[in-house]
Design a protein around this ligand. Structure first.
Ligand code: FMN
Length: 204
């Protein structure tokens, strides 16, 4: 870990989706730091209803890898495959698809509900918005500890199948799969729009 990686602004500006990861295991205390970071994220009405599944079992990783492969293949061959700069991303996504089962830890952010969520992807105390602050905390903490991670959702495309693999009760919803491990290459820097393109003052 460089001293830079302890600087929050540096970490924010260098947290990329790292898909090429080594199979080397992550020490338990390091994994717990990721979940602790996740657990510090805010939740609507402070419900603290986020739960985290750490998947390391070979069979479980293989089942999630199979679901991810199916969705990635559909995505790559689908209508969205003409996205700009798709080549670099597609190569990395294919690498991830082929090595998903070897990635040492797959973290699954989940939310527990008291009732059926109206729309599990919206913000609000009764819906999915409470998971994303914790997810970003994991990505930032992983980067600061020299671990690579990515926010992935394709592997949950068949949600009933994913829920069955994970043994989730009806009122517990999964939101992402975060494959985490030590990166095979270097952390690059981010490519984002310039501020003047994304900021509006007082009104659109
Ligand atoms: C809601 C959401 C869903 C995503 N789903 C996937 C996914 O299924 N697979 C994947 O490899 N990356 C996925 N990503 C990662 C994005 O592709 C990535 O963050 C984006 O290309 C920017 O990459 P960078 O942060 O390395 O610049 C997802 C990101 C978000 C925010």
């Amino acid at each position: 870990m460089t001293s830079k990686a302890t600087d929050l602004s540096y970490v924010i500006h260098h947290t990329r989706a790292m898909r090429r990861l080594k199979p080397d295991p992550i020490p338990e205390d390091v994994l717990l730091k990721l979940i602790d970071a996740a657990n510090q994220g805010p939740t609507g009405s402070n419900k603290q209803n986020a739960r985290w599944i750490v998947v390391r079992d070979d069979e479980q990783r293989q089942k999630l890898a199979d679901l991810n492969r199916k969705a990635v293949d559909t995505y790559i061959d689908g209508p969205r495959s003409s996205l700009p700069s798709r080549d670099g991303i597609v190569r990395a996504v294919k690498w991830q698809r082929d090595h998903f089962h070897e990635i040492p830890a797959l973290l699954i952010p989940c939310l527990m509900f008291e009732d059926n969520p109206v729309d599990t992807w919206q913000a609000g105390a009764g819906s999915g918005g409470s998971i994303w602050p914790g997810v970003q905390n994991v990505l930032l903490m992983a980067r600061s500890l020299g671990l690579g991670a990515a926010l992935t959702t394709l592997g949950l495309s068949d949600r009933p199948a994913a829920k069955a693999v994970l043994g989730l009760p009806d009122l517990v919803e999964p939101y992402a799969i975060l494959p985490v491990g030590y990166p095979t290459g270097k952390f690059g820097s981010l490519t984002r729009l310039p501020l003047e393109e994304v900021i509006h003052y007082d009104r659109w």
